[in-house]
Write a new protein. Structure first.
Length: 160
């Protein structure tokens, strides 16, 4: 089973039903096209900043190769390292790009394949089980004077 990140468009792109219908699902898995076709994949997915960074890194590698007289092995190692990173984090780069454009995280779905993930998300979303708007965090309570001191990451002694 794989996990799928569900993103919905920014507010104002229609009603709640239209936002649900325009949802995009991204698998949390290795992206083989990003591993094999790094630069082309970045351009195809319109990740302009990552493409620029990729070009700068390759320019620096070729410059260092010509100045230092390195063999082809460092080029293969650099390409493999960049490809491995993009293969592991490629889908997350797309999700972060959408978040910068105003898209919101709607849900995380566990399913065997994309069709099942879509079915599960749409069933939950249309039944009202999945919030289309993320709730705002509640203000935290300040500890009272004379309360028991707490050591750790939780702000109150009661725990969860």
């Amino acid at each position: 089973m794989a996990f799928y990140t569900v993103m919905i468009p920014p507010p104002g792109s229609g009603g709640a039903r239209e936002e649900i219908e325009q949802a995009r699902l991204f698998p949390e898995s290795f992206t083989w096209p990003a591993f094999v076709l790094t630069g082309v994949w970045l351009l195809y997915k319109r990740l302009w900043l990552a493409t620029l960074l990729f070009a700068i890194v390759w320019g620096a590698i070729f410059y260092a190769r010509s100045r230092l007289g390195l063999s082809g092995l460092p080029l293969i190692a650099a390409q493999s390292a960049i490809g491995l990173y993009l293969g592991l984090e490629g889908q997350n780069l797309i999700v972060r790009k959408l978040m910068r454009q105003g898209w919101r995280l709607a849900d995380v779905v566990e399913a065997r394949d994309l069709a099942e993930a879509e079915r599960r998300y749409f069933e939950r979303a249309l039944a009202g089980e999945t919030p289309t708007r993320l709730p705002t965090p509640a203000p935290t309570q300040q500890p009272q004077r004379g309360a028991v001191p707490v050591i750790g990451l939780f702000p109150e002694a009661q725990g969860r």
